[in-house]
Design a protein around this ligand. Structure first.
Ligand code: AMP
Length: 461
């Protein structure tokens, strides 16, 4: 029986894989103009990095982590019947998000030296959450994220938000279909009292709330703002608002971020119920939602400030902030907006064979053309000449090099311009020599590869 990919995962077939590469290329180009450099961290970390960093009481850590059993810890866990006998250094989990691992790496390698410029890093790759799969919610999905460590300034927050919005715009998500929500979650001075007032509010309304929210009152009361249950949502609409409880410093910071966004012409909606699911956020939080065609999974990206996270993973106090955007959700948003265009596989040229006797020469030319940096294809299935032309057409070849035994006997081949249908005889040895001249350049060499137009307009042929 053929196997299917595991539930909640999706194969990235060529069109999707191409789009993923285009997306990461666009991110790399755009983010580099903001001073960001790439970083790649392992797909799994010590579980503690996530429990300490993201928080044990969050859904992501408490319910959705994939625990990795390596050879050693698998044997031990098997012998003990569970994980409990494992030392914390033996417990590994697949990363449910990118921030905790990046901050762990920043701390480990001391990337934010005292007094030095902030570390600005971006990543792209798969994340893993054992969620109930549905449209826009996968168990393996792909995020692109950016982190900036070493700045408390509101300009860093505004820059991060602007960079995220510009990225979506550049990818073609229409500005009118996006909605940017922002909030401040306060800090260690004002949040505890606020948290307590929400806890008290939930307890006062216990009878009207779902079991999960009642439980959240003690573990993570702010998460009750995210409850999908209608009655809970109704009750929570009347809950105390963080923005009424911010300390002076947090208020000033929040006001400064908003006025920077105003000045940059970035539209936003203040949402005092936006708390985001992870424990590590302090002060600014933001989320980009798509207003149409996304069902309940409308958030395409989000992030915030996490000034306490570096300490939580064992580092010096280091302020930081970041965002992550979901590739699959962004694709759904592009689809919904009719803005998804595929760039099909294309070739510069095609080498067609009139019969089998010319195939060795065709293959030699094919190799030389590729060495010269051209995207060239030939038939590998013994197809008729007519089918080869059809294939060349399908691949968008601008030129077809037709090798026939009669012409070959005189060292010649026909080249057909597929647009004008013009054909001319060219000298194979001269073409080969020209290709060899351009071939064999190391990657990144200054000379650009030859174009077929250049090649066929050459006086040499
Ligand atoms: P989060 O780390 O939860 O803030 O997620 C950041 C972004 O990743 C979200 O806005 C989504 O676009 C995307 N995302 C989060 N969880 C999933 C999931 N299970 N499947 C697909 N995309 C997701």
């Amino acid at each position: 029986m053929p196997y299917n990919a595991p539930e909640g995962t999706a194969d990235m077939l060529p069109a999707a894989a191409r789009l993923w590469r285009q997306t990461t290329d666009t991110a790399a180009k755009l983010f580099s103009t903001y001073g960001y450099e790439p970083i790649d961290t392992p797909l799994f970390e010590l579980t503690e990095v996530f429990t300490r960093g993201i928080g044990e009481a969050t859904d992501v850590v408490g319910k959705e982590m994939f625990v990795v059993r390596s050879g050693e810890n698998y044997k031990r866990a098997l012998a003990a019947g569970d994980d409990s006998g494992l030392k914390s250094k033996q417990k590994l989990s697949l990363r449910p998000e990118g921030t905790a691992g990046v901050v762990r790496a920043v701390v480990q390698h001391n990337l934010v030296e005292q007094g030095a410029a902030p570390a600005k890093l971006f990543y792209a790759g798969p994340m893993f959450r054992a969620e109930r799969p549905q449209k826009g919610r996968l168990r393996q999905f792909h995020q692109i994220g950016a982190e900036c460590l070493g700045s408390t300034e509101p300009t860093a927050d505004a820059e991060m938000i602007i960079m995220l919005m510009r990225f979506f715009e550049r990818m073609g998500v229409p500005a009118k279909s996006m909605q940017l929500l922002i909030n401040s979650m306060g800090d260690e001075h004002c949040r505890p009292a606020y948290r307590e007032s929400v806890r008290q509010y939930i307890l006062d309304h216990e009878g009207e709330m779902c079991e999960e929210c009642r439980r959240r009152a003690d573990t993570n009361p702010l998460r009750a703002f995210d409850c999908k249950n209608e009655t809970c949502a109704h009750v929570m609409a009347g809950a105390p608002k963080i923005t009424d409880h911010l300390c002076d410093d947090c208020r000033e910071h929040y006001e400064a971020v908003k006025s920077l966004l105003d000045a940059a012409g970035i539209k936003y909606i203040e949402d005092p119920t936006l708390v985001r699911g992870l424990d590590y956020y302090t002060r600014t939080v933001f989320e980009v939602q798509v207003t149409e065609g996304m069902g309940s999974q409308s958030a395409i990206g989000g992030g915030g400030r996490y000034d306490k996270l570096a300490e939580a993973v064992g580092g010096r106090p280091t302020p930081g902030l970041g965002f992550a955007l979901g590739f699959e959700r962004m694709v759904l948003a592009l689809e919904a907006a009719g803005a998804l265009s595929d760039t099909p596989k294309r070739v510069d040229g095609y080498i067609a064979c009139v019969d089998d006797s010319v195939r060795p020469t065709a293959f030699d030319l094919l190799c030389a053309a590729r060495d010269a940096g051209l995207t060239v294809e030939m038939d590998h299935q013994g197809k008729s000449l007519k089918s080869q032309f059809k294939m060349a057409d399908k691949l968008g070849a601008r030129h077809v090099f037709v090798l026939g035994p009669d012409e070959l006997a005189q060292g010649k081949a026909r080249v057909r311009n597929m647009a004008s249908h013009e054909e001319r005889l060219v000298d194979i040895a001269a073409a080969r020599k020209l290709l060899a001249h351009f071939g064999g350049q190391p990657m990144g060499a200054a000379s650009t590869p030859v174009s077929l137009d250049e090649l066929f307009s050459s006086e040499n042929l």
